[in-house]
Design a protein around this ligand. Structure first.
Ligand SMILES: NC(=O)c1ccc[n+]([C@@H]2O[C@H](COP(=O)([O-])OP(=O)(O)OC[C@H]3O[C@@H](n4cnc5c(N)ncnc54)[C@H](O)[C@@H]3O)[C@@H](O)[C@H]2O)c1
Length: 333
């Protein structure tokens, strides 16, 4: 039985706590949250105890920690967990500063604790199916990848200000998916972007509409299109154009109901947002983390995957600022 402590019981922490309860191989021992009410409610719901960080790290019964608190806490918590010898599941990103990420990952390496970066899309059944078929060679070699990733609406200004910007907050998932599917590290990146949704996005110095192009040494290419506005729901589609065919993932509708009448035939909108759309992915990623501890077989994104996605986000910021293609060096550790 893998005993866990949850740090942060907000939106995503609640999802992971619920998935812990569904996995027979793990157990939630502690909940830590600066919001005492949220911590107590969550602990009560899952028969766990509210605790301080010191209690968690000092308790030898704790095997692993789930870091689901706000982004600026991640690097410190990873380091404390590594020093205490706990396995670590961490929400993206490790940190918004690449120097901080490098220092943090060096400590994890030194203490040899498992670290999973929770890039959930790799565990979505549709994405995983596409990856399996691609790897099987049924459509030949990937040549062009198109990722369309659009949120239903912009987050509030308060969130945007501390998010690190569109590329580090949102596109970071798409960068990870692109690396994963291309099967080869991109060597250059070009980003163009603008602010078209809410006035406060621009006022916060951020963008909400972006097109990013990635190129690999072999010539394989990827295009990511992002928007913080999709009036029809959470828009998550992928197309792989390959030497022997094409693979695509479409949106998952709220239901499969189709309405046919004299006006035409209509189907349902895509699921509203990530909590619904990626519910299965969150379950499977937690299972992969626990399985990694139980069996020692690691089959999930690493801290280094988190570092590389952040390097790509930093390059996108630079490309936008300079108007130039940015080189990427993702092969070095
Ligand atoms: N992978 C994904 O799909 C996904 C989705 C949403 C959020 N996230 C990431 O998860 C993290 C949390 O996001 P959220 O949307 O759940 O935020 P949230 O604001 O809903 O929840 C964060 C929780 O952390 C708590 N907290 C703050 N400081 C803390 C500290 N020092 N110690 C313990 N708890 C603390 C807050 O009280 C709050 O309950 C962010 O880093 C975000 O980038 C990832």
């Amino acid at each position: 039985m893998v005993n866990l402590a949850l740090f942060g019981a907000g939106r995503i922490g609640q999802i992971h706590a619920a998935n812990v309860a569904l996995n027979a191989d793990c157990n939630l021992l502690y909940v830590v949250d600066v919001n005492a009410e949220v911590a107590q409610q969550t602990a009560d719901k899952y028969a766990a105890k509210v605790a301080t960080l010191d209690t968690v790290f000092a308790d030898e019964a704790v095997d692993a920690v789930l870091i689901c608190s706000i982004t600026e806490t991640h690097a410190d918590l990873i380091e404390r967990a590594a020093l205490a010898g706990k396995a670590i599941f961490c929400e993206k990103p490790v940190d918004l500063s690449i120097d901080r990420v490098n220092a943090c990952l060096a400590l994890v390496k030194e203490h040899q604790v498992p670290l999973m970066m929770a890039f959930n899309r790799r565990f979505d059944p549709n994405f995983a199916h596409l990856k399996n078929v691609l790897d099987s060679g049924q459509v030949g070699d990937i040549e062009m990848l198109t990722i369309s990733s659009r949120d239903p609406s912009a987050p509030p200004a308060s969130y945007i200000k501390s998010s690190g910007g569109l590329f580090r907050d949102m596109t970071i998932h798409d960068f990870d998916v692109a690396r994963w599917l291309l099967g080869e590290e991109p060597i250059s990146l070009y980003a163009s972007a603008s602010a078209l949704t809410e006035d406060y996005v621009k006022e916060c110095g951020d963008v909400d509409t972006a097109i990013i192009t990635l190129t690999c040494k072999s010539g394989k290419m990827a295009v990511i299109t992002n928007s913080r506005r999709a009036t029809y729901g959470y828009d998550q589609r992928v197309e792989v154009h390959a030497s022997g065919g094409m693979l695509s993932i479409n949106n998952v509708p709220e239901s499969t109901l189709s309405i046919a009448n004299q006006q035409g035939v209509s189907s349902q909108k895509p699921m509203a947002f990530f909590l619904e759309r990626y519910a299965a992915a969150y379950r499977h990623e937690l299972d992969a983390f626990i399985q990694g501890i139980v069996s020692g077989e690691v089959n999930y994104p690493s801290g280094d995957d988190g570092r590389k996605a952040l390097l790509m986000a930093d390059a996108a910021v630079k490309s936008l600022q300079t108007g130039e293609v940015q080189p990427l060096n993702l092969t070095a550790e």
